[in-house]
Design a protein around this ligand. Structure first.
Ligand SMILES: [Zn+2]
Length: 143
């Protein structure tokens, strides 16, 4: 999660979006990272980390024990109308567990990402110890 927070600091801040960092591990080893708007367009951290993983491992059927760390709960609705990270995670089908710190605040949309993912059988575990560090990434939006 510390690496995810460091990645979150790379986000170019914009008024209408959160700064989020994400890391993916495969079998306990660091695999890829992502952060908000790392790829041009309104891209999300989890989306960028997953795309990087698929670029590295095109044969996704061999991916095992894939864990996603993200500084904020995966989104369930995007104001841009793009596919949500929750949908992207469910479609890829290989994420076995998710750790996150901050619940998405109801600033732009009401997020139910955690509820949907847990309902689909993916454990979603909050790491409360690092909430303040993750919130600081979004000091342009809230304190
Ligand atoms: Zn998202």
């Amino acid at each position: 999660m510390q690496i995810a927070i460091q990645q979150g600091k790379n986000c170019p801040s914009v008024d209408g979006a959160y700064n989020v960092g994400a890391v993916i591990t495969v079998n306990g080893q660091f695999a890829t990272f992502g952060y908000s708007r790392q790829v041009p367009g309104n891209t999300h951290a989890e989306e960028n980390a997953l795309n990087a993983l698929l670029a590295k491992h095109p044969k996704k059927e061999y991916l095992e024990n894939v864990v996603l760390y993200t500084t904020m709960e995966p989104c369930s609705t995007r104001t841009s109308g793009k596919k949500s990270c929750t949908d992207i995670i469910l479609e890829c089908g290989f994420i076995s567990k998710i750790f996150y710190c901050v619940d998405e605040p109801p600033l732009f949309v009401d997020c139910v990402g955690k509820e949907i993912l847990v309902g689909a059988g993916i454990p979603v575990i909050q790491i409360p110890q690092l909430i303040n560090d993750c919130k600081k990434l979004n000091s342009h939006l809230f304190n």
